[in-house]
Design a protein around this ligand. Structure first.
Ligand code: PEP
Length: 263
């Protein structure tokens, strides 16, 4: 029987998308390190930054020995072969501990299916990467009153190749809240994440349901992170736009550390 981890570490993940060059990624990582090293301890919160592939090595080098971990934004599920332009799990693993999988931009712009995403989650586990599996409904699913069913099914589909979820993180990211400035209310985010935890409990048991960090993503910033991470089931945030400036990303980490109910 697989063993689940004993406690949840609140986690703030910065998704730098396709918004930094290698030079600016190195500078951003260096600034984040300097601010967090100089400030009050945020030891109860795990910070992760996810640069583009071409910057993984330089960012990993810049952050080596710091409290900030590195993640990738994607991977290909096959271990090697004729997949021009793709990056294998093992290639990512040389520089990163985490990997974002199933971001709504990949589902929408690159037609990634639940099945393909499930293969990626499995492949990440197989090389010791911690997958951050993203799920979330569109505005039409929410307006149709179908959001909870849709997102729960999306989550379980992404986990369909697994029986051990010990190193998994899940990010609930309503598509209508990503990059729009429109954040889900803490109540909406809590309600959905509570339902997702229930779905995991139902399919995989309480040990995993109680120990998976569930993040919220969608226009999170330093001003709204506290009211999110104080919710019973929310264990951190996946941050896009506000992670691209060191001072705002660090303020999110610091405010989460002050407010998390998990501390
Ligand atoms: C994201 O890209 O995952 C995201 C949540 O973006 P933003 O914070 O800009 O809404």
């Amino acid at each position: 029987m697989p063993t689940a981890p004993l406690s949840i570490m609140p986690t703030i993940v910065g998704n730098w998308k396709m918004s930094v060059t290698p030079a600016s990624a190195e500078a951003l990582a260096g600034e984040i390190r300097a601010i967090l090293d100089a400030g009050d301890s945020v030891g109860c919160v795990r910070a992760v930054v996810c640069p583009p592939y071409v910057s993984l090595e330089t960012v990993a080098r810049t952050l080596a020995g710091s409290d900030v971990a590195v993640g990738a934004q994607n991977l290909h599920p096959e271990p090697e072969g004729a997949f021009t332009g793709e990056i294998s799990p093992q290639m990512v693993r040389e520089f990163a501990d985490f990997v974002i999988i199933g971001h709504s931009e990949r589902r929408a712009h690159f037609s990634e299916s639940d099945d393909f995403i499930a293969r990626k989650v499995r492949a990440a586990f197989d090389v010791g990467l911690k997958p951050i599996l993203c799920v979330g409904e569109s505005i039409s699913e929410r307006r149709a009153g179908d959001a909870e069913r849709f997102v729960s099914e999306q989550l379980l589909a992404g986990l369909s190749n697994l029986d051990d979820l010990s190193e998994l993180l899940v990010a609930y990211e309503p598509v209508w809240a990503i990059g729009t400035g429109e954040t889900a209310t803490p109540e909406i985010a809590q309600e959905m994440i509570g339902a997702l935890r229930f779905a995991v409990r139902d399919s995989f048991g309480g040990d995993f349901a109680d120990t998976i960090p569930f993040l919220y993503g969608g226009s999170v910033n330093a001003g709204n992170v506290a009211e999110l991470v104080i919710q019973d089931d929310i264990d951190g945030a996946l941050v896009g736009g506000a992670s691209l400036a060191a001072h705002s990303f660090c303020a999110i980490v610091q405010n989460a550390a002050k407010s998390t109910h998990r501390a």
